[in-house]
Design a protein around this ligand. Structure first.
Ligand code: MN
Ligand code: MN
Length: 307
């Protein structure tokens, strides 16, 4: 069963990177602009406002990899200072893109040396939620309060905000539940491609989130053009994830909503990868993904779940 969990962890990490690369092509476009240019955007074509190569990823994936490396180097512990140093080194290496809140709070860290950003009601962006996967993998099977502390250690380096924390908690719980489900399957059958998980099995986590923060309700109007505000981001993610039944359909649904499409794509890719497994990832997307990125995702997924 450990193999089955490791395979789902790999699918989640590859899914994150694929969703990022797919969505980056249409980041900041409206659904109408996407329709006009591509009918439906469904191929790894690169381009976008960042002028990417096909299969090239952005900050969502590269910050996750920087975080994952920091956790692995600490023997599986999520330490705030190590996370902050890793993000600072990542920023110094001139990433293709960087969020405003991430930049501001990393610059503050450089001067203060304090890896905990001051609490701010304005820092409810999706920048901590987009890179939460390595924490989910490293804390799999650990007590809830340990997971909660680890989530905040990485998140508060740049986003010290209650709504961001709630989003991170929910995404980690969903990802871990999807991984544990295959681990608890008990039979060889549960690892089989024709017996994938179901998004609906994870919907109670969204229900809990909405009970705590009603702003997250997503069953009203279709969320198009989601911004980097974590509530709009998760509304689009939830609608796409719970409204489809495959990895491919989920990612195509969410990126064609435009807006912060690389980030909604990355988060949906993580959830759908964890839920549906490696067999569900279209070969053409996997083949197009930057080879050094896919190699790092696979290596980190294995190391993080066994740490
Ligand atoms: Mn990005
Ligand atoms: Mn983005």
């Amino acid at each position: 069963m450990a193999d089955a969990i490791a395979d789902r962890a790999k699918a989640a990490y590859l899914g994150l990177a694929i969703g990022d690369a797919l969505g980056a092509t249409v980041e900041f476009m409206t659904p109408g602009e996407i329709r006009h240019q591509y009918a439906t955007h469904r191929e790894m074509r690169g381009g976008g406002w960042l002028r990417l190569k096909p299969g090239q990823v952005t900050d969502d994936t590269t910050m996750s990899l920087a975080l994952g490396r920091a956790i692995i180097d600490k023997g599986g512990q999520v330490e705030a200072l190590a996370c902050a140093q890793a993000f600072d080194a990542w920023m110094r290496a001139k990433p293709v893109d960087i969020g405003n809140t991430v930049r501001r709070n990393l610059v503050t860290f450089r001067h203060s040396g304090n890896p905990v950003a001051p609490p701010s009601e304005h820092d409810a962006g999706n920048g901590a939620a987009m890179r939460v996967l390595p924490v989910a993998l490293a804390t799999l099977g650990q007590p809830t309060h340990v997971v909660s502390v680890a989530i905040r250690a990485q998140a508060h380096v740049t986003h010290h905000n209650e709504l961001s924390d709630a989003a991170c908690d929910t995404l980690v719980a969903m990802t871990q539940a999807a991984l544990e489900k295959v681990g608890a399957g008990g039979t060889a059958n549960s690892r089989h491609a024709d017996n994938p998980g179901k998004a609906q099995d994870l919907s109670h986590f969204a229900t809990i989130l909405i009970a705590q923060h009603p702003q997250y309700a997503f069953d009203g109007r279709r969320r198009e053009n989601p911004s980097g505000y974590v509530i709009e981001t998760l509304q689009a993610v939830f609608q796409a994830f719970f409204g489809t039944t495959s990895f491919e359909a989920c990612l195509i649904d969410v990126v064609n909503r435009g807006g912060d499409a690389d980030t909604t794509g990355a988060i949906c890719g993580m959830l759908a990868g964890a839920c549906y497994g490696l067999e569900a990832i279209p070969a053409r997307w996997l083949k197009a993904l930057d080879a050094s990125v896919s190699g790092a995702c696979l290596a980190q997924a294995t190391a993080l779940v066994s740490s």
